[in-house]
Design a protein around this ligand. Sequence first.
Ligand code: EPZ
Length: 422
Amino acid sequence: MDKIEITGGKSLNGKIRISGSKNSALPILAASLLTEEKISVSNVPNLSDIFSMLELLKSLNVKINKRKDKIDLTSSTPRSLLAHYDLVRKMRASFLILGPLLARYGKAKVSLPGGCAIGNRPVDLHLDGLERMGVTFKIEDGYVTGSIDGRLKGAIINLNKISVGATENLIMAATLAEGTTIITNAAQEPEISDLSKLLTRMGANIKGFGTKKIVIYGVKKLKSCSYEIMPDRIESGTYILCVFGCGGIVKLENVNNEICNHLIKIFKKLKSLQLKKNDNGKNLLIKKKKDSELSLIVKTKEYPGFPTDLQAQLTSSLLKTKGRSEIVENIFENRFMHIGELIRMGANVKQIGSKVIVKECKKLRGAEVMATDLRASSCLVIAALMADGKTTINRVYHLDRGYENLEKKLKLCGAQIKRVKS
Ligand code: EPZ
């Protein structure tokens, strides 16, 4: 397993090109199952989660032609509508093929994704919504088998909990349903809007995406189109927090206005951080001013609140800040696996239930640490960049799930970072 070695204590100065969004690309790739015509997607990030999704789609008879960040996908009737445990367990977003398969073929057998490091990750909202659209489910041997005679039926679905994945699965299913589907208490993440724009370009009729109430008027068929994936807002936020923690001036390239406005809003309490967008949000200039005392209370919330996917990175970026901050995780039940590793670096952090208290640490030291999940591993990168001495991060396959060329991007900004292949 590869490791990453970082010698910290340097500020970051330079430019970083932001890659396409992982959490937009994954549902968009799954949407190729909704039509027999070719879908061409560009700005797709080179990530292991993307390869896992492509492997799964190939097993479902989707012909894939990948050239750098461009992927053509043509889905023909698969020999079997089975998404095997070996493929699904690697990446929970595989469950997003359920809605498209049921919409296109009226049946599907998908392995339950199971839990992961950050929580038990149930899928009841996906299944309840699809049941309201007429699907009958059977759960046995760790698989969920769904079927319906004929087309899915439009339905009124109220999600009793805001869920990104359930919203995405149900939108995709509803595009080919007979009649109208209304989803209330829908997730509003920009990645859902990106998926909806792709589906609209394929001929779907969707209104209200990006709001809590989405209305989908089912159509008979969807067609070929080309689409460019939006930039990754979590990657962007991660690099902003790298600069906040280490100091320096960095320009993020290939972002967009919506992402810049969102990030400027969620980071406005970080007084010594200056964010300035230019070229109508295509670029975002990050500048760390002189450190000042700061005591924050930040609670993670569904979009447009503070993203749970930046919670760990915010914690590490505050490790050397004078003051006392509280960070509360409200979305997942176990998203603090990084705390123990930060403490091993001398960090003054304490977890109390769903809250972490962060106080100034004058001597943050490099250490041998272990990545446990995707965002925890990027949090360890930030801490390592801030610490004195060398840090070795083990199990960086977690990092490779969601950050394209991270070492190259940081090295270009002056970080002393290298990957040790094993
Ligand atoms: C998506 O996961 C993202 N993944 C996650 O990013 C992100 O953390 C999460 O949304 C929240 O923003 C992708 O988009 C591929 P949810 P998802 O359904 O869809 C509960 C990353 O780091 N829930 O919005 O799985 C669930 O347990 C990843 O890039 C149910 O109870 O998240 C959680 O507490 C990690 N029943 C809450 O809802 C359900 O049927 C939000 O989960 C579904 C979810």
